[in-house]
Design a protein around this ligand. Structure first.
Ligand code: PLP
Length: 370
């Protein structure tokens, strides 16, 4: 495709069938485990046309070659499997709890070792990097909304000999391209903004390094965590509207962040789009927008935050994020969540509804607290 197209155009046009008479405008799911011999496909665990269409699109958006997986966790696990036995991983103190739990499990069996760092504190991360095999970055972090200096950390990671991975789920490929910022591998939970409709679990890895791509592809084949064809097709169908969904969700998030910070029931709003947020300058330098996730703290205990989640009528009390509908949850309701995440922190995944409706519902839930 023409290299100078805007990403909002690429997301619509990439990964489509060749334009020849009678060809469908968009591809279809292919339901086959088995292929006639003589070609390069071989078997359904090695490839599928619906994966290829989604992978072509994600690859063009991130500036590399993509591999899709059964889930974001399957994608993360394939990348973590690159660490040699006994190798050291440097990972954020706050990040997606499932990834941190997987690293802990592997450390418990001595498969690898893990050092947790404050990913927003570049200097302290750099000091920990010597001898690391893998630097795992997430930015902005889930759910603390910290912003890592990706270019500085990628350069320091490479100087130390580490492979640098960025979980780009919160930013999406439209707001942040970690490969261009120096990372080796990008990982996504495509379950979230990419698929965008809370109906698919899917993951992706993108890299511009052919050796890394082959090593990760080998793990997909051998570990077998492949996406279903229908799921890959649904994710690409959702991805087509990402630019529009994100525009609306992001402007809703910015509007709510401004109003929420002035709400008497709220002690802190974490959103890198706020000018006084600790991650604002960094996010402005490496992202083309601040995204549609924010976290709020009530300055009290778990109970008040829990009540707010249970008293909204429009916002859905549910885990996950990145769908068209707004969701909220108190993250510490999960035993797996990191204990340094405040008990009263509520993560908001802002959807594409009308901003006033979202505000009115949140305000009534907050104001109802005695
Ligand atoms: C949800 C999520 C994951 C895990 O992805 P699944 O598709 O649920 O397996 C990883 N990282 C982040 C930042 C997430 O939000």
């Amino acid at each position: 495709m023409t290299p100078d197209l805007d990403p909002s155009t690429v997301v619509v046009h990439a990964g489509r069938p060749e334009r020849v008479p009678n060809a469908p405008v968009g591809g279809s799911p292919v339901f086959s485990s088995t292929y006639v011999a003589g070609g390069d496909r071989g078997y359904g665990r090695f490839g599928n046309d619906a994966w290829t269409a989604l992978e072509d699109t994600l690859g063009q958006l991130e500036g590399g070659r993509a591999l899709t997986f059964a889930s974001g966790m399957a994608a993360a696990a394939a990348v973590i499997d690159l660490v040699p036995v006994g190798g050291r991983v440097v990972a954020p103190q706050h990040a997606y709890s499932g990834v941190l739990a997987l690293l802990d499990q592997q450390a418990e069996t001595s498969r690898l070792t893990v050092d947790r760092v404050d990913i927003a504190n570049t200097e302290s991360v750099v000091q920990t990097l010597d001898g690391a095999a893998l630097l795992w970055i997430e930015s902005p972090t889930n759910p603390a909304m910290e912003v890592a200096d990706i270019p500085a950390l990628a350069a320091a990671g490479h100087a130390a000999g580490a492979t640098v991975v960025v979980d780009n789920t919160f930013a999406t490929p439209l707001l942040q391209q970690p490969l261009a910022l120096g990372a080796d591998v990008v990982m996504h939970s495509a379950t979230k903004f990419i698929a965008g409709h809370s109906d698919v679990i899917l993951g992706a890895v993108i890299t511009a390094d052919d050796n890394l791509w082959s090593a990760i592809e080998l793990r997909r084949r051998s570990l077998g965590a492949i996406p279903g064809s229908m799921d890959a097709w649904l994710a690409l169908r959702g991805l087509r509207t990402l630019a529009l969904r994100l525009d609306r969700a992001q402007s809703n998030a910015a509007y709510l962040a401004e109003r929420l910070r002035r709400h008497p029931r709220i002690s802190r709003v974490r959103y890198p789009g706020l000018p006084d947020d600790p991650g604002h300058a960094r996010a402005a330098a490496q992202m083309s927008g601040f995204g549609a996730i924010l976290s709020i703290e009530l300055g009290g205990d778990a109970e008040g935050a829990q009540q707010v989640c249970e008293r909204t009528k429009l916002w859905v009390h549910a885990t996950s994020l990145g769908g068209v509908e707004s969701l909220l949850e108190r993250r510490r309701r999960w035993a797996i969540e990191v204990p340094t995440i405040p008990e009263d922190l509520i993560r908001l995944s802002v959807g594409i509804e009308h901003p006033e409706d979202l505000w009115t519902d949140l305000d009534q839930a907050l104001t109802s607290l005695t």
